[in-house]
Design a protein around this ligand. Structure first.
Ligand SMILES: [Zn+2]
Length: 343
């Protein structure tokens, strides 16, 4: 009889349950990881509600098993995998390219047309489970000082690191981040680590208070935002009007970085882009940012652990995806899951 494990299964829009499913086995080129910590993110919510565009394009379909912000320990290796991986603490790239196409061969597997995304796309089961199987090439080893909380924040951190990198700020430059959610706050932390004067623009008082508690005193609403020159604006919001606002607010010769995504198209006037000599950058995925994020967490240059409001077991994931806040939650935007809790 084959072993089973507990996993979160989405069987349709609004339908989430913990099920006993066959435990993964390590096929050639892959490893099996005992999952220690998993973050729940906006993409998981869209998979739950049915709003994610991949469900429309056929890149994703129910039933599916979510979870892509994870860390754990390697407990089995398949054929062709160095046994030295056994026992190592790891996280992994969400994006799994086919490794043969032109983009993959050029090192851009995160935009491979035929890619799988762990827990999101291409029928690759995710990490909201006791165990996870992934290709060894996708792994990043975690140093001891990167604990499970930090380990599960590497994936969102990698996205934010790339946004901060694209903002290209130097010490003393001023940056504005629109949207003080997990990605916005992480981006603000990486921008601050680069020496920028970081401002945040948000909507609700609690989210701005939380940002101030992280040391971002310059947390504003549209009504209070001071009229200051801003060298880079990062849009980490889901408001369709934010990219145009970012373009309006940025200094000439500055940069606009788009990492938030709205449910409807965001339009900008490219005449403004040109006349202001602005560089605009889009960021999809953490892939090239994973290694530098691990390094920033290892050295303590960035410590995002205060973003985690609560850590729950698999049984509570459905309620979290439906918008509930776990009992006793802190004020942070992120909920973590420890699959070993409540087993
Ligand atoms: Zn490819």
């Amino acid at each position: 009889m084959s072993r089973t494990m507990r996993a979160v299964v989405l069987s349709g829009p609004g339908r989430c349950a913990v099920q006993e499913v066959p435990a993964p086995t390590a096929v050639p080129g892959e490893v099996v990881v005992d999952v220690e910590r998993v973050g729940v993110c906006g993409t998981d919510v869209e998979l739950f509600t049915g709003e994610l565009s991949y469900l429309e394009t056929g890149h994703s379909s129910y039933p599916l098993r979510p979870g892509h912000e994870w860390c754990g320990r390697v407990t089995a290796v398949g054929g062709g995998v160095d046994p030295a991986w056994l026992g190592r603490r790891v996280t992994g790239d969400t994006m799994l390219g086919d490794r043969v196409c032109r983009r993959c061969r050029r090192g851009q597997q995160h935009v491979c047309e035929d890619r799988q995304e762990v827990g999101i796309r291409g029928d690759r089961p995710g990490a909201l489970a006791e165990q996870l199987a992934v290709p060894v090439q996708s792994l990043h080893e975690l140093p001891d000082s990167v604990d499970p909380v930090l380990g599960a924040l590497v994936e969102p951190g990698g996205n934010a690191w790339r946004a901060a990198q694209a903002a290209a700020v130097a010490s003393g430059d001023r940056a504005l981040v629109i949207g003080p959610g997990t990605i916005g706050l992480l981006t603000a932390m990486f921008l601050r680590a680069r020496g920028a004067e970081v401002h945040l623009l948000g909507v609700t008082a609690p989210s701005l208070d939380f940002a101030r508690g992280l040391g971002f005193a310059d947390a504003w609403t549209r009504d209070t935002l001071p009229d200051l020159p801003v060298d880079a604006v990062v849009d980490a919001s889901t408001d369709p009007g934010s990219p145009a606002l970012a373009l309006d607010l940025v200094e000439p010769a500055g940069r606009v970085v788009c990492i938030g995504i709205a449910g409807t198209p965001s339009t900008i006037d490219t005449r403004t882009l040109l006349l202001k000599d602005v560089t605009a950058v889009g960021v999809l995925s953490a892939s090239p940012g994973l290694a530098p994020t691990i390094e920033a967490y290892r050295t303590g240059a960035v410590d995002p652990r205060p973003l985690v409001a609560a850590t729950v077991g698999l049984a509570e994931v459905g309620a979290v995806l439906a918008g509930g806040r776990p009992r006793g939650s802190g004020a942070g935007p992120k909920v973590h899951v420890d699959p070993r809790l409540g087993a």
